[in-house]
Design a protein around this ligand. Structure first.
Ligand SMILES: *Cc1c(COP(=O)(O)O)cnc(C)c1O
Length: 415
C-alpha cells in the first residue's frame, strides 16, 4: 500500500501515516492487545464501504444500496460462525467495549448488578470501572485473583456471587496469563441465576484456533475483539444462542450504535477468512509457545511472573521483588527508547498507581505475526532484561536498540 494520494492532498497526515508505518516496521510491538493485520485486511478496511449506510442487518436494511454490504456482512457472519461454532453472531460492534455495552443493554436495567474481576487484577474498564459507563449505570462488585498464586480465585468468585446476587457475571480479562475455566464460572453464575458474559477480547484468536478452551455454548454471551489474537482489524463481535439473537441484534442497533462501520466489517470478513486457513492454527500455537519461551527466559533471569508463567499469549511481570526501585513506567519508557514497545501494567496487590504501576505486560501476538519463533523470543527476553537492569544507562539502551533494528530488518512487516 502507498499513501501517494494522501501525500498529494494532505502532506501533514501522509507524513504521520508514513511515520506510523516506519514505527511499526522498525520496532517490536509486545503490547499484548496489539497485532499486525495483512495487507488484504487493510485494503478491505479502506474500501468504498466506508461510504455506505447499512443500518439494520443483511436482507433487512433501513436504506437502499446495501446489496454488497449484505454480501460482506453475511460472509463475516458465516465465517465467524464457523470459526467459533456459535449459533448467532453479530459482527457490527465498533469495538470490544461496545460489544459488552450491547450485552449489558440486552439483559440489564440501570441499577442491575455486575460481578467482574478487579481492574488491577486483570479486568477491563468496560466490566464496570467507575470511569466507564458500566460502572456509572450498574451496581458493580468485583472478584479477585488469589494473591498467593496469581490464579483466579474461583471459590472466592462463587462466594462473592452468593453474597452479591449479581444479574451478570463477567469473565474474560485483559492481563490474565492463565487458562480460564469458563465452565466453573458458568456453574457459579447458574447457582445465583445470573447470566454469564465471557469476554474473550484478548484470546479470541486462541479460542478460534482451539488453543484455549471455548466459552461458546457454555456462557450465555461471548464478546470479543477482532484485532488482538485474531488479525481481522479493529472491531468487536458478539456471539450467543438463538434464544438471545434478537435481543442482542436490537441492543447493538439501534440500541447502542447507528450505522455499522461496513469497511471494518469487510476487514473482519477477510481476517476471519484468513483465520479459517490451517496456517492460523499454527500461528496461534506459535503465539502461545513464544509467550512460554519469553516467560521462561525472563524467569531464568530472576524476574517474577504473576502466576509463575503463562498458558496464553501474554506474561505479566511483577518487578517488586527483583527490581524494587524500578517501576513499570520506567521500564516501558526505556524499552520504547530501545524499540521494544510494551505497557506498564498493574499487578495483583498493586502498591503503586495505575499510571506508574509495578508491572509490565508483554505479549507475543504481533511478534509471531512477523515471523518470530521461540529462539527469537528468548533473545528478546534477554534484551528486555538488559534494559530492566539498567533503564537509565543510555549505552545499554542504545545497544539493545541496535539489536532490535537488526531483528526488525530480518523479520520484515509492511512494504
Ligand atoms: C481489549 C479488551 C476489550 C475491548 O476493548 P476495545 O478497545 O473497546 O476494543 C474488552 N474486554 C477486554 C477484557 C479487553 O481486554
Amino acid at each position: 500500500m502507498t499513501y501517494d494520494t494522501v501525500a498529494e492532498t494532505d502532506p501533514a497526515v501522509a507524513r504521520a501515516l508514513e511515520g506510523e508505518r516506519e514505527r511499526q516496521n522498525g520496532t517490536l510491538s509486545m503490547i499484548a492487545s496489539e497485532n499486525h493485520v495483512s495487507e488484504a485486511v487493510m485494503e478491505a478496511q479502506s474500501s468504498e464501504l466506508t461510504n455506505n449506510y447499512a443500518e439494520g442487518y443483511p436482507g433487512s436494511r433501513y436504506y437502499g444500496g446495501c446489496r454488497y454490504a449484505d454480501e460482506v456482512e453475511q460472509l463475516a457472519i458465516d465465517r465467524a460462525k464457523e470459526l467459533w461454532g456459535a449459533d448467532h453472531v453479530n459482527v457490527q460492534p465498533h469495538s470490544g467495549s461496545q460489544a459488552n455495552m450491547g450485552v449489558y443493554l440486552a439483559v440489564l436495567d440501570p441499577g442491575d448488578k455486575i460481578l467482574s474481576l478487579d481492574l488491577t487484577h486483570g479486568g477491563h474498564l468496560s466490566h464496570g470501572h467507575p470511569a466507564n459507563f458500566a460502572g456509572q449505570v450498574y451496581d458493580v462488585e468485583q472478584y479477585e485473583v488469589d494473591p498467593e498464586t496469581g490464579y483466579l480465585d474461583y471459590e472466592g468468585l462463587r462466594e462473592t456471587a452468593e453474597e452479591f446476587d449479581p444479574d451478570v457475571v463477567v469473565s474474560g480479562y485483559s492481563a490474565y496469563p492463565r487458562e480460564v475455566d469458563f465452565e466453573r464460572i458458568q456453574a457459579a453464575a447458574d447457582a445465583v441465576d445470573a447470566y454469564h458474559l465471557a469476554d474473550i477480547a484478548h484470546i479470541t484468536g486462541l479460542v478460534a484456533a482451539g488453543v484455549h478452551e471455548s466459552p461458546v455454548g457454555v456462557a450465555d454471551f461471548v464478546t470479543g475483539s477482532t484485532h488482538k489474537t485474531i488479525r481481522a482489524g479493529r472491531g468487536g463481535i458478539i456471539m450467543t444462542s438463538d434464544e438471545y439473537a434478537d435481543a442482542i441484534d436490537k441492543a447493538v442497533f439501534p440500541g447502542t450504535q447507528g450505522g455499522p462501520a461496513m469497511h471494518n466489517v469487510a476487514g473482519k470478513a477477510v481476517g476471519f477468512g484468513e483465520a479459517l486457513q490451517p496456517e492460523f492454527t499454527e500461528y496461534a500455537e506459535q503465539t502461545v509457545a513464544n509467550a512460554k519461551a519469553l516467560g521462561e527466559r525472563l524467569r531464568s533471569h530472576g524476574l517474577e511472573l504473576v502466576s509463575g508463567g503463562t498458558d496464553n499469549h501474554l506474561v505479566l511481570v511483577d518487578l517488586r521483588s527483583s527490581h524494587p526501585d524500578t517501576t513499570g513506567k520506567d521500564v516501558e519508557e526505556a524499552l520504547e527508547e530501545a524499540g521494544i514497545v510494551l505497557n506498564a501494567n498493574t499487578v495483583p496487590g498493586e502498591t503503586r498507581s495505575a499510571f506508574n504501576p509495578s508491572g509490565i505486560r508483554a505479549g507475543t501476538p504481533a511478534l509471531t505475526a512477523r515471523g518470530f519463533g521461540e529462539n527469537a523470543c528468548r533473545e528478546v527476553a534477554d534484551l528486555i532484561v538488559d534494559v530492566i537492569d539498567d533503564p537509565d544507562d543510555e549505552a545499554v539502551v542504545a545497544a539493545v536498540g541496535e539489536r532490535v533494528t537488526e531483528l526488525t530488518d530480518e523479520y520484515t512487516l509492511y512494504e
